[in-house]
Write a protein that binds this ligand. Structure first.
Ligand SMILES: Nc1ncnc2c1ncn2[C@@H]1O[C@H](COP(=O)(O)OP(=O)(O)OP(=O)(O)O)[C@@H](O)[C@H]1O
Ligand SMILES: [Mg+2]
Length: 163
């Protein structure tokens, strides 16, 4: 029996629609209290992934790149999984204090929290978290890979993406 190591999973995303679908599959397995950090350069597809996560969770409101808003809470929508999504864009966050100061009107343990540019900033929200890396190949295909922090992520990611 071959067991795919989570470190060896690389999901190729040729088109933005594939990236949204990738996010949807991720969103379909997220639960309240989950923390996901999205890393990758400008234009890698982080926001496109969050758009899919929102669809997978079934939450209300459009996901976009916040210009003035650092974080947005998306409430559960009818027919969804009943878990709110907190979408944070840490690119504009001036350090850790602002993360604490975010007046989200939602307990982060009640929501799935997805942070763009979160690496190095948002880990302290929860030691247990998943890093999703999005790389942009020269041919413009995006490649997603995973770095699990915590007991369960490897199993959960394999279940969702490991084949
Ligand atoms: N395979 C792909 N996956 C995702 N985006 C793609 C892909 N191919 C092309 N694109 C384009 O790249 C851009 C990705 O934008 P997106 O806002 O999702 O990136 P981002 O990582 O959030 O950027 P930022 O660092 O500015 O927040 C979009 O314009 C999208 O149409
Ligand atoms: Mg973005």
């Amino acid at each position: 029996m071959t067991v795919t190591r989570i470190e060896d999973i690389a999901v190729e995303l040729p088109d933005v629609a594939d990236t949204v679908e990738f996010g949807r599959r991720l969103g379909a397995v997220l639960r309240a209290g989950d923390l996901v950090l999205l890393s990758g350069p400008l234009g890698a597809g982080k926001t496109a992934t969050v758009r899919g996560v929102a669809a997978g969770l079934g939450v209300a409101g459009q996901v976009n790149s916040p210009t003035f808003v650092i974080a947005r809470v998306h409430r559960p929508a009818p027919g969804g999984r009943g878990v709110p999504l907190v979408h944070v864009d840490a690119y504009r966050l001036n350090g850790l204090d602002e993360l604490d100061d975010l007046d989200l009107d939602t307990d982060l343990t009640d929501a799935a929290v997805v942070v763009e540019w979160g690496e190095g900033v948002a880990e302290r929200l929860s030691e247990d978290h998943l890093v999703v890396r999005l790389e942009r190949r020269p041919d413009d295909v995006r490649v997603a890979s995973f770095e699990p922090h915590g007991e369960e992520w490897a199993r959960r990611v394999r279940a969702a993406f490991g084949g």
